[in-house]
Write a protein that binds this ligand. Structure first.
Ligand code: TXA
Ligand code: MG
Length: 318
């Protein structure tokens, strides 16, 4: 803990100085900068190779920071804040003039969340400013769930990294637009649609095939390992025997025949939590082991299953 305190102190100084820090949240590692400093925020886009029309999530540690960043908090947003913050839920608000255009990609809304990871909260508190942070991966790579994943994508001279071990949720936050008449789910994630609906009623699911995506990030290919990802209804021995190439299999429940036949095999004892926690790490592991095909057996699209299905589908788009 002593060591951690000092690392967090130095990381907070780095943010104050306008430089970049990779830090853990409960979902994935973020690549953070002072959200109120345009020059600092620009460094994020350069380091990631991120298109500048893709806006960033601002991370806050208290509700005073929220009031300075937005012009209105709807009653729906208020209800969600009370039940889901701190936690893996990002809400879209009308942005105040304080938010630089680099953060919003020139738009009039801003995405905000209060993470629950104690290291993230300590970092934001000590920096004394809201922290803009996308996932700490190079654009197009799977989001990092360990500090080692961050180091694999960036050099340690380029950025300061706070290592607090593997993240718990493993997939990114849920992004919900509550600026209109009806709440719109822009990205499935760590907070389940069912839990959100229990708090505020029906949520509209956005179709990302639209030519003008509501969430700019959704038009970019994401979460992608080198290997070819396939989402399949069921994976059995016959199907596996037909695959030519080194094959990894992910199944919620173990199938012993499939395990014996696969080059790499992962099962999750029926737990969607375990599967989401390990998914991106497994994608990276498959690349290290020169896997040609990653076969993922479909999971029910409820709870974390909706986010898992979304990430696997997007990884499968070539
Ligand atoms: O769990 C997470 O959300 C992680 C951790 C670090 O907090 N962050 C993360 O950031 O996944 P990023 O940049 O990889 O994804 C942010 C998503 C993108 O799809 C982006 O387009 C969307 O949020 N977004 C950001 N600002 C928006 C806005 N004003 N309106 C609509 N979508 C927005
Ligand atoms: Mg990302």
């Amino acid at each position: 803990m002593e060591h951690n305190q000092e690392v967090i102190y130095l990381a907070a100084q780095t943010i104050k100085n306008g430089d970049l820090v990779a830090f853990p949240t409960e979902t994935v590692y973020g690549l953070g900068a002072n959200a109120l400093n345009s020059a600092a925020v620009k460094k994020i886009f350069v380091a990631k190779g991120r298109p500048t029309d893709n806006p960033l999530i601002v991370h806050i540690a208290n509700l005073e920071q929220l009031s300075s960043l937005v012009t209105n908090v709807s009653s729906q947003a208020q209800t969600l804040i009370e039940s889901f913050w701190p936690g893996p839920l990002t809400l879209i608000f009308p942005a105040s003039k304080l938010v630089p255009p680099e953060v919003t990609a020139g738009g009039n809304t801003v995405a905000i969340r209060m993470p629950s990871h104690p290291v993230a909260l300590a970092l934001i508190n000590q920096a004394g400013v809201p922290v803009a942070a996308p996932s700490a991966n190079k654009s197009g790579k799977p989001s990092p769930t360990t500090a080692q994943h961050v180091i694999a994508d960036f050099s340690q001279e380029e950025i300061t990294i706070v290592d607090a071990g593997p993240t718990q949720v493993g997939v990114e936050s849920t992004v919900l637009d509550v600026t209109g008449n009806k709440p719109v789910l822009l990205r499935a994630g760590g907070a389940s649609k069912e839990d959100l609906e229990a708090a505020i009623g029906p949520i509209v699911v956005v179709q990302h095939s639209q030519s003008k995506p509501k969430s700019p990030g959704m038009k970019y290919r994401h979460y992608a390992p080198q290997a070819q990802v396939e989402l399949l209804q069921t994976i059995d021995l016959d199907l596996l025997k037909k695959k030519k190439g080194r094959t990894a299999v992910l199944q919620l429940q173990e199938n012993k025949d499939v395990r014996r036949q696969a080059d790499l095999y992962f099962s999750f004892a029926g737990s969607l939590e375990k599967m989401s926690q390990q998914l991106f790490s497994i994608f990276r592991q498959c690349d290290e082991q020169n896997i040609d095909f990653i076969l993922v057996e479909a999971v029910p699209p409820i709870g974390l299953g909706l986010a898992i299905t979304d990430r696997v589908q997007r990884a499968a788009q070539k």
